[in-house]
Design a protein around this ligand. Structure first.
Ligand code: CP3
Length: 347
């Protein structure tokens, strides 16, 4: 059955709870690892046929309710004048990070929706193959992108980012404006190419206090959501460590709020007044435990969702590379089976 994922995004009743996984196309799949022996991650992203093939890999194995285009957070930086690399086991690396207001002024953002044309072409190829399963496009949020541009690579503390934000506040807002423009154009291009929904990954924004989110991030996120509202596709707004920020994420925008596993889904949804859809939120590490544990935790999440329209089952963050594909297969089946609206297992 199709259409369940999009219906849930719009908080319409579904026949069962739809399910997909962040990083569902990736290293836990042996067929992905085989392809990676021949191509680097960025080569996969830069060849539309390969990116399309990787996108479809998990769909060939599991009855997932959505696909997500294979690319990376830094893919749209291709359109700028900032060189980057993706290092194995490290993630995005920027050789010459932004360190001054002048560096912000030198950041080039073109005036076009044709951001990362290879990814847009991959979207067209996937759409031609997927009959009725919706395809999710995505982009990193301006804050999360800015953190890579300033730090040069992933970090736990975000001290360089915060120092710049607190000290060079005008330049910070100029940087966020430029990145917002980049993301808006990239999102618009992806929807024009055929994406049925968009996920905005503000993966690292949970490092901020509510006050700093409000001051340094919220105005830009509001603009991002305002300038993509006419596209009429649901937007999933995801971050990790966001327990204290959830009402602000909702204020920023999005039809769906992505929850990580650090919050209880029921009370998190309640704190949003049940007025948006939610996505989540099994701990990805649960999939490394025996399936009886996965089952117990999954049933608890579904109990908390309580059959309300507007729950999309997912993990709280990406699938871990050590995950056995059989666990994923069983989890998809479990969610579908116990939420088939005829069943009573949850009561
Ligand atoms: O969800 C999907 O299946 C779509 C593909 C996708 C990738 N990256 C593929 C990828 C998506 C949505 C992303 C987004 C992304 N990239 C985010 C936001 C999501 C999140 O996890 O919070 C972030 C922070 C990145 C940056 C990044 N790229 C990191 C931290 C890493 C991991 C480094 C490592 O090797 O452990 C990457 C590389 C990356 N992106 C891989 C994949 C499949 C692994 C590449 C490989 O070695 O094959």
């Amino acid at each position: 059955m199709t259409g369940q994922f999009l219906r849930a995004c719009w908080r319409q009743p579904t026949d069962y709870t739809p399910v997909w996984f962040m990083r569902q196309a990736g290293r836990y799949l042996p067929e992905y690892r085989r392809l990676r022996e021949r191509y680097k991650m960025l080569e996969l992203c830069r060849h539309p046929e390969l990116a399309a093939e990787v996108t479809l890999m998990p769909l060939r194995r599991f009855p997932l309710d959505a696909a997500i285009i294979f690319a990376d957070l830094i893919t749209p930086l291709e359109a700028t004048n900032i060189p980057f690399d993706l290092q194995e086991g490290v993630g995005p690396v920027i050789a010459h990070p932004i360190r001054s207001p002048a560096d912000v002024d030198h950041l080039y953002v073109p005036d076009t929706d044709e951001i990362a044309p290879n990814t847009l072409q991959a979207i067209r190829l996937v759409k031609a193959e997927l009959n009725s399963i919706p395809l999710i496009g995505f982009a990193g949020a301006p804050f999360t992108l800015a953190s890579y541009l300033l730090e040069g690579k992933g970090t736990r503390e975000f001290t360089v980012t915060k120092q710049f934000m607190f000290t060079e506040t005008k330049a910070w807002h100029r940087l966020m404006e430029k990145l917002t423009k980049l993301v808006v154009q990239f999102v618009r291009g992806q929807v024009r190419a055929g994406a049925d929904a968009i996920q905005i990954f503000d993966s690292w924004v949970g490092c901020l206090s509510p006050q700093d989110y409000r001051e340094f991030v919220l105005p830009h996120m509001k603009r991002l959501f305002a300038e993509t509202a006419d596209l009429k596709v649901p937007r999933i707004h995801f971050g990790t460590g966001t327990a204290a920020l959830l009402p602000l994420l909702k204020e920023a925008g999005g039809e769906v709020i992505g929850l990580d596993w650090r919050v209880a889904l029921g009370s998190a949804w309640q704190s949003l007044n049940f007025s948006v859809a939610v996505q989540g939120n099994l701990d990805p590490a649960a999939l490394l435990a025996p399936f009886s544990f996965v089952r117990e935790r999954t049933l608890e999440i579904l109990r908390q969702a309580n059959g309300r329209p507007g729950h999309i089952f997912n993990l709280g963050h990406g699938i871990l590379p050590q995950t056995h594909p059989d666990q994923v297969a069983r989890l998809v089946d479990l969610v579908h089976e116990v939420t088939s609206r005829k069943e009573t297992l949850l009561s």
